[in-house]
Ligand binder design. Structure first.
Ligand SMILES: *Cc1c(COP(=O)(O)O)cnc(C)c1O
Length: 499
């Protein structure tokens, strides 16, 4: 089962046959090249594949069927909130007034978009319990950088340049320490306690005059709500540091926990997670950042303002001198922001609370169903996600988490996040989200149970999975280090490809 199976869909170049697409593309008028200097004209026709229209259409439709997506199936990828993206959002984002607006259009012609951005800032501020919001950052990771740069600007503004460190818990997302480094700080890790919470005493020991900020994720990447969140925030502020909240997991606490009200100074939202938008393939996201009063003067500019007569405009250069400046061109990924706005408005306050209730219920349901077959290292009520582990299964059968994930593909499921968070051995991080039915959750739990049972009986079938996918087990190290990303024609093959 080693190596790559026959590829199901050949490239268009391989399907190409001379003359097949002929006659479909209208020929240019006779004098089309009259104005093009001779030395800039092609001497040979472009090396394009030649196919009939149905062949092209079928090629792309077949490719789309090979692609796993939320629209096609359950996507329990922990720490990603892969919820279904309502089609209403797509309708809204495609409205020509939003989609066709030029980013340099004069304010008078962009009032609708400016109003939407202005309103979305306020909706997010209310959801986060924050004073103000910037929509500029292009993703959560850039939101973090924006937030920590504001924290740095704040300490500099106070004339305090001794704060060189940022504290992050050991369960945090890799973007947290990366953010601290990119903003010029030294990262200090603090360990979790036996219950999966930040260890308060260790945190107190690490806090001091040299700490600029502490970055917390609540609920954490273990899917747990920090039980001592109030003590933690008090300790951070007592040391003169700022409290940063990584809001990637907000889906679990909408309307129930407002980070700003709890005392966080700054947070980011992953609107492409919490407020839907197709993501996961590296497509655009948005990472708005909310701040309390302390950091408001440092927000990136230009902000959208509403004048006394009700019209909207952008802040003028120099209008807010302490701003850290722009962090992105124009006003962020506006299409994603329109989707978030549509999602929030369609749900309303009670609807958003219901989202969290259902997401938490789904995660706890799956946790209860697979308990026993898999270890549940922190087996208490979880929020949006929970960590399971194949540690005992591996000790008994040799089947690892990676094998379980590969075998899930044969059951028709996208695997959950694996080997993250790093603090749990053989981790599977499972986040079902609120958009799945009971039947789907049961089918997924049944698949996990069946794989655990199969591991005891026939481990070889699990360790050689997937068996049903077009590509079998690949050598992970070679795939990561020497990826073959470029198609080349077989030796001697006749091809119109320029290569
Ligand atoms: C997804 C995630 C991030 C990074 O967000 P992006 O939008 O992917 O850049 C940061 N922290 C946590 C906890 C996350 O889950």
């Amino acid at each position: 089962m080693n190596g790559v199976r026959p590829v199901l869909e050949p490239t268009l170049f391989e399907r190409s046959r001379p003359g097949r697409g002929d006659g479909k593309v209208p020929h240019p008028p006779r004098d089309a090249l009259a104005g093009v200097p001779a030395e800039q004209r092609r001497t040979a026709p472009p090396a394009l594949p030649e196919l009939s229209e149905p062949e092209v259409i079928r090629h792309f439709v077949r490719l789309s069927h090979l692609n796993y997506s939320v629209d096609a199936g359950f996507y329990p990828l922990g720490s990603c909130t892969m919820k279904y993206n309502p089609k209403l959002n797509e309708w809204a984002a495609r409205l020509p007034g939003f989609a066709a607006l030029h980013p340099l259009a004069p304010e008078a012609l962009a009032q609708g978009t400016l109003q939407l951005l202005w309103e979305l800032e306020r909706l997010l501020a209310e959801i986060g319990g924050m004073k103000a919001v910037t929509l500029q950052p292009a993703a959560g990771a850039q939101g973090e950088l924006t937030g920590i740069l504001m924290a740095r600007a704040y300490h500099e503004w106070r004339g305090d340049d001794a704060r060189r460190k940022v504290i992050v818990p050991d369960s945090s997302h890799g973007t947290n320490p990366a953010t601290a480094s990119m903003a010029g700080f030294e990262t200090v890790h603090v360990a979790s306690d036996g219950r999966g919470d930040v260890d308060l005493e260790t945190l107190r020991g690490a806090l001091g005059q040299d700490v600029a900020a502490v970055m917390l994720t609540n609920p954490s990447t273990l899917g747990l709500f920090e039980e001592k969140i109030c003590d933690i925030l008090e300790a951070i502020h007592a040391a003169g540091a700022l409290a940063y909240m990584d809001g990637a997991n907000l889906n679990a606490v909408l309307g129930r926990f407002k980070p700003g009200t709890a005392g966080f100074d700054v947070m980011h939202f992953n609107v492409h997670k919490t407020f839907s938008t197709p993501h996961g393939g590296g497509g655009p996201g948005a990472g708005p950042v909310g701040v309390g009063e302390t950091l408001e003067p440092f927000l990136p500019g230009p902000r959208v303002l509403r004048d006394g007569d009700g019209t909207f405009r952008l802040e003028r250069p120099g209008e807010r001198p302490d701003s850290i400046g722009r962090v992105r061109a124009f006003h962020g990924n506006v299409g994603v922001l329109v989707r978030a706005y549509a999602y929030i408005r369609a749900h309303g306050g009670p609807g958003l609370m219901r989202v969290s209730e259902d997401a938490v219920l789904a995660a706890n349901y799956v946790r209860a169903r697979i308990r026993g077959a898999y270890d549940i290292p922190f087996d208490r009520i979880c929020k949006h996600e929970f960590v399971a582990s194949a540690k005992s299964l591996k000790a008994r059968t040799g089947v690892r988490t990676l094998d379980v994930a590969k075998r899930l593909i044969d059951h028709g499921f996208h695997p959950p996040t694996i080997y993250f968070p790093l603090v749990v051995e053989e981790a599977l991080l499972i986040e079902p989200t609120e958009t799945e039915t009971l039947e789907t959750l049961d089918a997924f739990a049944d698949a996990l149970l069946a794989i655990a049972e199969e591991a005891e009986r026939d481990p070889g079938t699990v360790t050689s999975a997937p068996h049903e996918a077009p590509i079998g087990r690949v050598d992970e190290a070679t795939a990561a280090r020497q990826p073959n990303l470029r198609w080349c024609p077989a030796a001697g093959a006749e091809t119109p490809c320029p290569d």
